[in-house]
Design a protein around this ligand. Structure first.
Ligand code: AMP
Length: 283
């Protein structure tokens, strides 16, 4: 398996490959790979002749410098994990910050027609401008036919769909379901940084989301939101940042429940210093 650190080298390899017209899939990641990432990569392998896995901790999408500094960087073990995958051609693109940004490590400004207004967009200033910048650049460098994103970051998935629509980028965006630990905690590279007591407490997040889903069947959205807030207010370790029920298409917070719409609940929680997010389809 080839690991490229420079876009010029990756380009040469990809162009040779594409000249024989083959389909190319891209799975953008920040590394510290886990089986949630591997599920995306396996799906990409099953649908493309070549898969580029990018591993890049993108500085412009972090609003918290300590989170950026402490983000796990484990390229060697990531590559070892990719080598365990069965059949299929994978190339790894693990660029330096300079290879992506040159000497201008800044985001462009994007409008995603309101998809960015709430949840992660509200609580992480500039986050989606950073995501939009790096993903657009990766699309320009790799020129994939298909690109794979997890529903774990559902708002991000919707924003990437909007990005390609607004900028006429010829790539299919494919969403993949959330992978969870056996106790229900959504897999995340940040889970490895949880202190044992917080790791033990963290499955409470998904358990509460599942109960909220059941309650949403028979209760008003206001009641469900109050109930979730009260559960976290009583929790000794987990601190709720937001719990939002939003229209699955527009990502605008619900104001009156409509039978014709699909809703999703979104949550962000601090487990000590570590910020965890999750979401669930409600109907
Ligand atoms: P990250 O490395 O956290 O930026 O994630 C890279 C890609 O993997 C994103 O599209 C994520 O949504 C996806 N991903 C991360 N964790 C999971 C998970 N537990 N289940 C499904 N997809 C995931």
């Amino acid at each position: 398996m080839n690991v490229f650190h420079k876009k010029s080298d990756l380009n040469k390899a990809v162009n040779t490959f594409k000249s024989a017209y083959q389909t190319l899939g891209l799975v953008p990641t920040m590394g510290a790979l886990h089986s949630g990432h591997l599920a995306l990569i396996k799906k990409a392998l099953s649908e493309n002749n070549l898969v580029v896995v990018s591993i890049f901790v993108n500085p412009t999408q972090f609003d918290n410098t300590s989170d950026l500094q402490k983000y796990p960087r484990t390229l060697e073990s990531d590559v070892a994990m990719l080598k365990t995958l069965p059949e299929g051609e994978i190339m790894v693109y693990a660029p330096s910050v300079e290879d992506i940004y040159g000497d201008n490590v800044n985001s462009s400004n994007f409008s995603f027609d309101g998809l960015e207004d709430n949840m992660e967009g509200e609580f992480r200033t500039g986050h989606f401008d950073g995501v939009g910048t790096v993903v657009k650049r990766l699309f320009e460098i790799v020129k994939p036919d298909n690109a794979y994103f997890g529903e774990k970051d559902f708002q991000q998935l919707m924003i990437i769909k909007k990005l390609v629509e607004k900028h006429n980028i010829p790539v299919n965006i494919i969403g993949c379901p959330i992978h969870r630990e056996t106790d229900g905690l959504a897999m995340s590279s940040r889970n490895a940084r949880l202190e044992p007591e917080y790791r033990k407490a963290a499955p409470f997040i998904y358990k509460t989301l599942k109960s909220a889903k059941t309650k949403f069947g028979t209760n008003s959205d206001v009641k469900v939101i109050e109930w979730v807030k009260s559960k976290f207010a009583k929790h000794p370790l987990l601190k709720l940042e937001y719990f939002t029920i939003a229209d699955e298409e527009s990502l605008q917070p619900i104001n009156r429940k409509s039978k014709s719409k699909s809703y999703r609940a979104f949550i962000a929680v601090y487990a000590g210093e570590i910020r965890l997010i999750d979401n669930i389809a409600l109907n």
